[in-house]
Design a binder for this molecule. Structure first.
Ligand code: UN1
Length: 512
């Protein structure tokens, strides 16, 4: 039995929290009222938070601007040392924070702890990066000239994150943005405000210990209002948005029209192609975890399986058997595989998607439905389900944030790749095959059109070391590893003349 009250106490969560924080300082005018956070696990109210208004927003932004002038002057490796301390603090709080993620968001405790592990990993990555923010040196075409590039911080990095990864997505952005010399302003999902408050407290503690000023990392609690202000605010040069394609389009249009930068991590419609040469035991585990993990609420969740016709029936039967073994219930109980959806609104969306699918001809081989009765009183639990469909069905073309898995049959790999690419989204994809030719074709320019393409691994569970993100309606942004840090900086090309004449480029003569 987990003692939620002591978890909340350890993380510094109060019964009523204020609307914003600039670090150690909390505040809020209270003009927009409050919001209660409920656990989808048992329906209990956890705590109440105030909503930030325009005045709160301006307080935070002006503090952040002042802090930026200070933070950008601190050498990057020293900024890295502060992020290293954040990683240590997260190690210390891993159990409590993972538990809160599980309780407030509803993912299994294992996945909650995994999310905190991702935070620790990205901190480690960012510490190393703080000594490797490299620019290139180029050879100038002019004599006695030196040409090189430098990477400078942008200023305020605005982070708008979703409920499904309530802590990790912030850390991917914040850890990188901070070592790059930016300050951060975070607007988390209002559905997981307490997770955000916990993260903010942990980082604030580290900043305070290092005698850093207020405003290096700020938090604003809001529904959509603050996200709107951020998208339209010229004083936020970068907005990193994770969420639906629908909202992402609004954010990117607003940011783009003021020529700001954005990093967009939007919807996915992720597929595993199961070849007739796949290891089927492995494929079942990959498919089921991908489809039901986080109750199908990852942007990398497996939505479609495209299965070779020769093994279709066999694989279908194995899948039905595996679904029969799933235990659905309290996410904090480690015997369960699947927890609740985030709220009852999500359940309604799931039900509607099933109905829409049936109307279009989807044939459910594992039936879905909402669960009620003992253990399910929050009204947020649903049955993971599986349907045979055609790829062009409207519902199959959409991302439904719930555990609904669609099966499609194929004959040739070329056809399978075409089907997998024939959706508006382009985040994650995978092929299960032991055949090298198939694997390489899938990864080639003529293969998957997604930002992530895996062989003999499912679609979810990406490591932080690689660049994370996708193409098409997924938004094109990249976060986490590789050179994703460049998205948080501005590039400056510098040319220095140490000759005693002024030769012009391209050989142009200009004599006075
Ligand atoms: C998301 O769902 O927003 O690959 C991100 C994964 C995680 C990230 C998911 N590392 O499933």
């Amino acid at each position: 039995q987990t003692d939620i009250n002591s978890v909340l106490k350890n993380l510094g969560i109060q019964e009523v929290s204020q609307a914003f924080s600039t670090g150690s300082t909390w505040g809020g005018t209270g003009s927009l009222g409050t919001l209660d956070s409920y656990s989808p696990a048992d329906g209990r109210k956890i705590a109440t938070v105030q909503l930030a208004d325009q005045e709160d927003y301006h307080t935070v932004i002006s503090q952040a601007q002042t802090a930026f002038s200070y933070w950008r002057d601190i050498p990057a490796p020293k900024r890295g040392d502060i992020v290293r301390q954040l990683g240590d603090a997260l190690r210390h709080h891993k159990q409590d924070l993972g538990t809160l993620v599980s309780y407030e968001m509803g993912k299994s405790l294992q996945e909650g702890l995994g999310e905190v592990q991702e935070m620790i990993d990205i901190c480690d990555f960012a510490v190393g990066l703080s000594r490797q923010l490299y620019g290139l040196t180029m050879h100038s075409e002019r004599p006695h000239h030196r040409m090189y590039e430098q990477w400078h911080p942008l200023g305020i990095a605005g982070i708008i994150s979703a409920f499904n990864f309530p802590v990790a997505v912030w850390s991917w952005n914040a850890a990188l943005a901070l070592v790059c010399g930016n300050v951060c302003v975070w607007k988390p999902s209002s559905k997981t405000a307490l997770c955000a408050i916990a993260c903010q407290q942990i980082l604030a503690g580290v900043l305070k210990k290092n005698e850093m000023p207020e405003g290096i990392s700020s938090l604003l609690i809001s529904e959509e209002f603050i996200g709107d202000l951020m998208s339209n605010d010229k004083s936020i040069p970068l907005v990193s948005f994770t969420g639906s394609t629908r909202v992402g389009r609004i954010v990117s249009t607003a940011v783009g029209s003021r020529f700001g930068k954005s990093i967009l991590e939007l919807g996915g419609n992720n597929t595993i192609i199961i070849s007739k040469e796949a290891d089927l035991d492995m494929s079942v585990i990959g498919a089921v975890f991908g489809a039901v993990g986080t109750a199908g609420q990852r942007c990398t969740s497996t939505r479609r399986l495209i299965i070779h016709e020769d093994i279709y029936e066999d694989f279908k039967n194995r899948l039905v058997k595996a679904y029969g073994q799933l235990r659905i219930g309290d996410p904090l109980d480690q015997n369960n595989h699947v927890g609740p959806l985030i709220d009852q609104q999500a359940v309604a969306m799931y039900i509607k998607a099933i109905e829409k699918g049936k109307a279009e001809g989807a044939k459910f081989i594992v039936e879905g439905g909402a669960l009620s009765g003992e253990g399910y009183t929050s009204g947020c639990y649903v049955k993971p389900c599986v349907a045979e469909v055609e790829n062009h069905y409207k519902i199959v073309q959409e991302e439904t944030f719930a555990p609904i898995l669609y099966l499609i049959k194929y004959k040739t790999l070329e056809e399978a790749i075409k089907l997998q690419n024939a959706v508006p989204q382009g985040l994650s994809s995978a092929i299960m095959t032991l055949n090298l030719r198939e694997a390489e074709l899938f990864l080639s320019a003529a293969g998957s059109d997604c930002g992530i393409a895996n062989v003999n691994i499912g679609t979810s569970g990406a490591e932080i070391g690689g660049a994370f993100g996708g193409e098409k309606e997924t938004g094109g942004g990249r976060e986490s590893g590789s050179d994703a840090w460049k998205g948080y900086m501005r590039r400056q090309t510098n040319t220095i003349n140490y000759a005693d004449t002024l030769p012009l480029a391209q050989g142009i003569k200009f004599n006075l």
